[in-house]
Ligand binder design. Structure first.
Ligand SMILES: Cc1cc2nc3c(=O)[nH]c(=O)nc-3n(C[C@H](O)[C@H](O)[C@H](O)COP(=O)(O)OP(=O)(O)OC[C@H]3O[C@@H](n4cnc5c(N)ncnc54)[C@H](O)[C@@H]3O)c2cc1C
Ligand code: FES
Length: 285
């Protein structure tokens, strides 16, 4: 689908509000909407510094949010910005999550993935969906978007931390697996009553690649459709430079992704193994 010229060029947006989520994580609210759907991303330009992709954490038609970790040169410069400062935004770019009204969906979020998963949750509950949301982090102080998710109707929140400082001790994908196992057992016990009806219709995930790989394998095993948000180094954001293609399919994750159905993810040989930097050099996970 052709991306309109006005989306491909940066437009200036003012930072309207800054929320400090954790030591390293901030949420910026920009004055204005880009018309983004859950799962899409924007290219954020700090003149004289860099331009990088960020998932849209929320877009309600009046304002746009992103949530980011200050981990390197660009994101640390971004973290030094103040309310009132101007940045350039291009987009929205990429694919979005897709659902049907009334579905029962499991959302799996790790790291800043909790932000786009909140955007999905806020939209899907308006369409009568019920949600099982699995949020994971290293420890309690790194958990994101719990209050926002708890405030939504029809959401059951499942929290996991690696060190057990809050919720389940372990990975959120282990919690998802327990739920899928329980659902399968129930179906077997109630054979006849629930035949052909899988209580979890779809799984959506956004987070670190090894978490996504585990969700991919698990949902393939349980034969549940899933949609995963994959990230690669992006430059243009709209399919021109070829920096974000994945082996061996050659799909561009900025246009055919970042949200990719698991049927395609399982064919990506580099998924969970390696990614390429700005120069195309391979780095293993
Ligand atoms: C489609 C897409 C969506 C993205 N959405 C977001 C988002 O919503 N929020 C966000 O914070 N970032 C997001 N990123 C990553 C973002 O584009 C930058 O890579 C990130 O901000 C780091 O850029 P940098 O120049 O500051 O540091 P770099 O020099 O690029 O990175 C510094 C180091 O930190 C590592 N690193 C990069 N990102 C992270 C991270 N989040 N947590 C831990 N280590 C990291 C890098 O591997 C590197 O070792 C997204 C990337 C893609 C492709
Ligand atoms: S970032 Fe240029 S083709 Fe995807």
């Amino acid at each position: 689908m052709a991306i309109p010229l006005q989306s491909r060029l940066p437009k200036t947006y003012r930072i309207k509000a800054i929320q400090q989520e954790t030591d390293m994580v901030r949420t910026f609210t920009f004055d204005g909407s880009l018309g983004a759907r859950p799962g899409q991303f924007v290219m954020l330009w700090l003149p004289g510094v860099d331009e990088k992709p960020f998932s849209v954490a929320f877009d309600n038609g009046a304002e746009t949010k992103i949530t980011f970790f200050a981990v390197g040169p660009m994101s640390e410069a971004l973290a030094r910005c103040s309310v009132g400062d101007l940045v350039g935004l291009r987009g929205p770019f990429g694919t979005c999550y897709e659902w049907k009204p009334g579905q029962h969906i499991a959302l799996v979020a790790g790291g800043y993935g909790a932000a786009p998963m909140y955007f999905v949750a806020a939209e899907t509950v308006h369409h009568g969906c019920t949600l099982e949301v699995f949020v994971g982090a290293r420890s309690k102080e790194h958990l994101l978007y719990l209050k926002e998710l708890e405030s939504l109707p029809h959401v059951s929140l499942h929290v996991a931390t690696n060190d057990g400082s809050e919720g389940f001790k372990g990975f959120n994908v282990q919690q998802l697996e327990k739920m899928l196992e329980a659902v399968q057992k129930k179906r077997k016990n109630e054979k006849g009553k629930m035949k052909n009806t899988d209580p979890i219709d779809q799984v959506f995930a956004c987070g670190p690649e090894m978490m996504l790989k585990a969700v991919s394998e698990l949902t393939a095993k349980y034969k549940i459709p899933s949609q995963l948000s994959l990230e690669r180094y992006m430059k243009c954001g709209y399919g021109i430079c070829g920096n974000c293609v994945v082996d061996p399919l050659g799909i561009r994750l900025c246009t055919e992704g970042p949200v990719v159905k698991n049927d395609a993810c399982v064919k990506i040989e580099e998924f969970g193994k390696y990614h390429r930097d700005a120069l195309g050099k391979k780095h293993t996970f």
